[in-house]
Design a protein around this ligand. Structure first.
Ligand SMILES: [Fe+2]
Ligand SMILES: [Fe+2]
Length: 238
């Protein structure tokens, strides 16, 4: 018996339990993921100005390989955006720590989606970006710290919308493993939305409510207006 085992207290064993669960959560192999039974999505739904239409869900179901490919692209972009922010804004410990965690988690999601593609026998295919992120970023203010605050608010909307769409897809998808994986993502993506929003407020001298309300309208319009390209974050199929 090791010294650690002799000394193990109830507190120590609860820490061990947390660690072993964390390892399970971090698995690249999606069969080893713990899927939360229920994640409260009401903050996500309240934050967003509009819900995904049935027409988008139907189109996504008919084009699932394309949605999976775009999801892979989104995870990679989410990690890249967080990494860019880490290099651009180096003054805040809080920002660096949250962004480092984001990069790690988004890269894990990317690996997991690649695993799903591999499992389904789906080849990698080039897929250009849709209008969604550009449609918000074109409203980004051009001076600091307003530009940084806007990027963080936009990040919050992208994460919240991803969460809302994973929940919508998980309800109807005819593939238990994929539905389970989308439900697993709800927990981290809803936390990412809250992290981005909290960072935006904590790094801004002014109250960000007005800016959040502005992007809420822009984002809802991109989601509810007709869109000729189907993507994970596209509007209503035109
Ligand atoms: Fe992600
Ligand atoms: Fe995320």
């Amino acid at each position: 018996m090791t010294i650690n085992q002799q000394d193990s207290s109830p507190m120590q064993s609860s820490i061990d339990t947390i660690h072993s669960d964390d390892t399970t959560e971090d698995s690249i192999d999606i069969t080893h993921l713990r899927t939360p039974i229920k994640v409260d999505l009401s903050p996500v739904y309240n934050f967003l100005g509009d819900r995904t239409t049935q027409a988008w869900v139907d189109a996504a179901m008919e084009n699932l390989p394309m949605i999976i490919q775009d999801h892979a692209n989104c995870e990679k972009k989410a990690a890249g955006t967080a990494m860019n922010l880490m290099f651009r804004y180096e003054f805040s410990y809080d920002l660096q720590r949250k962004l480092a965690q984001l990069v790690r988690e988004e890269m894990l999601h990317y690996e997991q989606v690649l695993g799903i593609m591999n499992e389904r026998g789906q080849d990698w295919a080039y897929l250009g970006a849709g209008r969604y992120a550009k449609g918000m970023l074109k409203h980004k203010r051009t001076y600091e710290p307003a530009a940084m605050v806007d990027v963080l608010i936009i990040g919050a909307f992208i994460e919240a919308r991803s969460c809302e769409r994973f929940a919508a897809l998980a309800e109807v998808i005819n593939d238990d493993r994929l539905a389970k994986y989308y439900r697993y993502l709800l927990k981290s993506e809803s936390r990412h939305f809250e992290d981005y929003l909290a960072l935006a407020q904590s790094l801004s001298d002014e109250n960000i409510d007005e800016r959040v309300a502005f992007f809420k309208n822009v984002e809802a319009d991109l989601i509810s207006s007709p869109d000729t390209e189907l993507r994970f974050h596209s509007g209503t199929p035109a």
